[in-house]
Design a protein around this ligand. Structure first.
Ligand SMILES: [Zn+2]
Length: 339
């Protein structure tokens, strides 16, 4: 199928008739992936990107591809790269999230907003300077993501208004349309305090948001890796009520399969194992973390700085909780960007 892909901030991956994944491009101002779903009598948007500018592109694509202004928007979790485009979909759309995600946008999300307002100018200058000084194309390309984040924010902060969901649910909500239905399924305490996936049973498609990363290091530091493994298991074995799905859209990276879900579970376990070994060997300093090689299976993944952030937060937790560890507790995010 040929497909017109003129968007600057993402590429469109058509998954089914009327179902599109918007896969973020490095250097653009989207940062996370999003979804567009034709429910028949209304159009659903899944996540709204980091910036209103990128969200406007999605709104325009909804009209171009489906012929309707979106009237339903789901925020999968509170992280800024998934919700700061919300305002673009008002006044027509209902903004939907779990009650917990709405609270997190108002609390941890407020801190995040204040942090980003303070650091964006400096971070953009640093990234541009470092990119200019880089010696290889690969080194230069590694800065594209950050330049996209901070140049997008520098441009959009004057008009950006963090916009709260107006319709909340607890565990599960079904949006019935004349063409298909979308099931919103919430999981607590895995990637963040609350994460929603959007399951399209008629299409075998699941928009997983940041419970899933493909070819990209996951960020474990704002949730609980043990719980995350349970969630992945429940999705893979059907006990979460998601059956016969074959395509899974991650929060970051290209659309994946069940095998990629398994690979992410392997990654989380591997990070935990490495951190336990470091603690057992008494190697818990920053230099120990920095000199730990990324396991070969994940060495080509994007976002390697998250590997080191993951080790640091796991080390901190394992040292605190010792051997009778009941697992990590959800905690506040760091001030730097994380998916
Ligand atoms: Zn996230």
């Amino acid at each position: 199928m040929t497909f017109q892909n003129a968007a600057k901030h993402y590429t469109l991956d058509p998954l089914s008739d009327g179902v599109y994944a918007a896969i973020a491009r490095d250097g653009g101002a989207a940062i996370c992936n999003a979804g567009l779903v034709d429910l028949g009598d209304s159009t659903l948007v899944i996540d709204t990107f980091l910036t209103p500018t990128a969200a406007e592109e999605l709104r325009t694509d909804a009209q171009r591809l489906i012929g309707r202004i979106p009237r339903r928007v789901v925020n999968t979790h509170y992280h800024n790269d998934h919700i700061w485009g919300n305002q673009v979909f008002l006044p027509e759309a209902d903004l939907i999230s779990t009650a917990e995600t709405r609270v997190l946008i108002q609390t941890a999300g407020k801190e995040e907003y204040d942090d980003y307002r303070a650091i964006t100018g400096d971070r953009l200058r640093n990234a541009l300077d470092q990119q200019a000084a880089a010696e290889t194309d690969a080194q230069r390309a590694a800065f594209d993501l950050w330049i996209g984040v901070f140049s997008g924010l520098a441009r959009d902060f004057p008009r950006l208004r963090v916009t709260l969901p107006n319709l909340v649910f607890e565990n599960r909500m079904v949006l019935y349309g004349s063409r298909r239905r979308a099931e919103l399924v919430a999981f607590s305490g895995a990637h963040t305090g609350s994460d929603t996936v959007v399951y399209l049973p008629d299409d075998g498609v699941v928009f997983m948001s940041d419970l899933f990363f493909v070819g990209h290091h996951a960020y474990l530091g704002d949730g609980n890796p043990d719980r995350w493994l349970e969630v992945l298991r429940s999705i893979m074995d059907g006990t979460a009520g998601i059956q016969n799905a074959s395509r899974f859209v991650p929060g970051h990276g290209p659309t994946g399969t069940l095998a990629d879900l398994q690979r992410l579970a392997d990654y989380i376990r591997e990070c935990q194992q490495i951190a336990r070994t470091l603690v057992a060997e008494g190697k818990t300093g920053q230099a120990d973390v920095a000199s730990t090689p990324i396991p070969e299976a994940f060495a080509g993944w994007a976002g390697p700085r998250f590997f080191y952030a993951n080790l640091s937060s796991l080390l901190e937790e394992y040292q605190k909780t010792g051997r009778e560890s009941g697992g990590m507790k959800p905690k506040r995010v760091s001030k730097s960007f994380r998916p």
